[in-house]
Design a protein around this ligand. Structure first.
Ligand code: ITT
Length: 196
């Protein structure tokens, strides 16, 4: 069977992506077998550029058909921050509770008790030096008054999703049905199923 490399170093992302691709006719492989390949710099100004750069980087080093995604949280009252810097917000090694505290401090400093926010996911599929497919997904919500819930990962406890009346860390199995990542990987699934 053909192979598809899911090129992420984030275990929680991988755990969300794998079920979304369960019925594509590809053997899904992970970066575990290329532990000697170092992580690329992610310094692009947009999610889409970072996703393309990551997919091309890993495709070139592994020779595999490769999908990568770049994602993050945009908070309107903070001008879209943390955005593409979501993973490194507050500096390397900053815990998520500390990242949340920085965000609440920044919102208070702006006099913004709450803010609209969205998660964004940009996906790129690459082979060799060619991008074969791209997709983008978003989920709209707002910053919760305080962190709630223990599911999901990253910023999920502070992202309140009004249609379900809960944070993404409280929605459990339903997350991928409504999430930015669910939307992009369902688009990839459809592309793979119709492409010989
Ligand atoms: P890879 O680049 O190896 O895939 P990464 O975690 O560094 O792993 P990104 O650069 O795309 O990935 O950063 C995404 C960050 O955005 C992630 O670490 C979280 O802080 C945040 N994020 C993205 N999707 C999220 C989600 O569904 N729930 C909560 N936080 C999310």
């Amino acid at each position: 069977m053909k192979r598809l490399l899911i090129a992420t170093t984030n275990r929680a992302k991988l755990d969300e992506i794998t079920p979304l691709l369960k019925d594509v006719p590809y053997d899904l492989v992970t970066l575990a077998r290329w532990s000697d390949v170092s992580t690329p710099e992610e310094t692009g100004p947009t999610f889409a550029e970072n996703a393309r750069a990551k997919a091309l980087y890993y495709a070139a080093r592994t020779g595999e058909l490769t999908v990568a995604e770049d994602s993050g949280l945009e908070i309107d009252a903070l001008g879209g921050a943390p955005g593409v810097a979501s993973a490194r917000w507050g500096g390397a090694g900053t815990s998520y509770p500390d990242k949340f505290a920085l965000i609440y401090d920044a919102l208070r400093a702006k006099g913004a008790a709450e803010s609209r926010a969205r998660f964004v996911c940009a996906l790129a599929l690459a082979t060799g030096d060619t991008i074969l497919f791209e997709a983008r997904g978003t989920i709209e919500g707002r910053i919760a008054p305080e962190p709630r819930g223990h599911g999901g990962f990253g910023y999920d406890p502070i992202f309140f999703y009004p249609p379900l009346g809960r944070t993404l860390a409280e929605v459990g199995e339903q997350k991928s049905a409504v999430s930015h990542r669910g939307e992009t990987f369902r688009a990839l699934r459809a592309f793979l199923l119709k492409t010989p």
